[in-house]
Design a protein around this ligand. Structure first.
Ligand code: SF4
Ligand code: SF4
Length: 311
């Protein structure tokens, strides 16, 4: 994986980099010759680079230890690379050392060339291209039209709360990255009884223009490629609190009245105590909600309740 980044820094793409660009969220199994009770996943030395078996074994274990990954872990490729880029800023001390104690510990001739560091400076976009701007703009236009024509709107549950945080933060339409402010405007000023259906995943109607949506998978890859995992849990936590299920349908204002009554704070739904970055459960909202709920939600909740009580 480090060699794939190093090659990017030299203007090359390894077969692994090509495979990840073709299918960024395919699972990758990360193995090493760890031995001991992890011997079941040892890959052998057939694909070792020339630095030698012991050097490669040590380097692989160094990387796994820094990542807090067990040998044999399977992760989506995007997640694995994003975590790696975050956690390993340089290959100094991994692929090469200032002091060479013996020939078998010389390391890789590219270690001090700066190639890995240059490849890493391109960020994940150098490995996995982002969704094109034209595609996002076209999806925004198409989904907003669908929203205004819809007799029923689908949405993944917890972003009903994110819509309140955005409202409290002063976000109003038009909002390019998602359709939540447009939905609130519709509910507040045009269609208070619009039926809202609880949907799984990064459902198109609200998430269509989001840079973090993977359309083919209906998945959310925000944060470090695993945002959809924490979001799925938030969806289910909210459904449980509301006594609803995926597939449940409620009129919009009735739904928001239920939310405002049962969710006075985002903390129980959004916090992720003990999850550190980089990790598949970490995100900024999870961290900031550990000490208290999002103050923008409090502002948004009060503001929306006031508008709903007046109209
Ligand atoms: S605090 Fe929770 S509800 Fe608010 S934006 Fe973050 S994830 Fe969404
Ligand atoms: S794709 Fe993910 S980050 Fe984007 S709006 Fe949907 S849930 Fe939010």
């Amino acid at each position: 994986m480090l060699c794939a980044i190093c090659a990017l820094g030299e203007g090359r793409r390894t077969p692994l980099a090509e495979a990840v660009r073709e299918s960024p969220d395919r699972p990758v199994r990360i193995v090493c010759n760890a031995g001991d009770v992890y011997a079941y996943q040892d890959p052998g030395v057939r694909e070792d680079t020339p630095e030698g078996a012991d050097y490669n074994r040590k380097r692989d274990l160094d990387i796994l230890q820094r990542m807090s990954w067990p040998p044999g872990i399977v992760l989506p490729a995007r997640t694995a690379f994003m975590m790696l880029l975050e956690r390993i800023p340089t290959v100094e001390g991994l692929c090469g050392y200032e002091t060479v104690t013996a020939e078998g510990w010389r390391g890789c001739e590219r270690a001090h060339s700066g190639a890995y560091e240059r490849g890493r400076a391109g960020d994940i976009a150098a490995l996995i291209p982002p969704r094109p701007q034209e595609e996002l703009q076209a999806e925004k236009a198409r989904s907003i039209q669908a929203l205004h024509e819809a007799e029923e709107v689908s949405i993944r549950p917890h972003i009903l709360l994110c819509a309140v945080c955005q409202y409290g933060n002063g976000v109003r339409p038009p909002y390019p990255p998602d359709n939540l402010p447009e939905l609130l405007q519709l509910i507040l000023h045009e269609k208070p009884d619009l039926p809202i259906r609880m949907a799984r995943g990064a459902d198109w109607m609200m998430c269509a223009p989001c840079p973090a949506r993977v359309p083919e998978l209906n998945a959310c890859v925000n944060v470090l490629g695993s945002g959809g995992l924490s979001n799925e849990k938030r969806d289910l936590d909210l459904l449980q609190v509301l006594g609803l299920q995926f597939g449940s349908v409620m009129p919009a204002r009735e739904l928001y009245r239920l939310i405002f009554e049962r969710v006075p704070s985002t903390a129980p739904i959004c916090q992720r105590e003990g999850n550190v970055s980089p990790g598949c459960w970490w995100d900024g909202c999870g961290e900031s909600n550990v000490t208290a709920g999002n103050p923008r939600y409090d502002q948004g909740r009060r503001g929306l309740m006031a508008v709903m009580n007046q109209t």
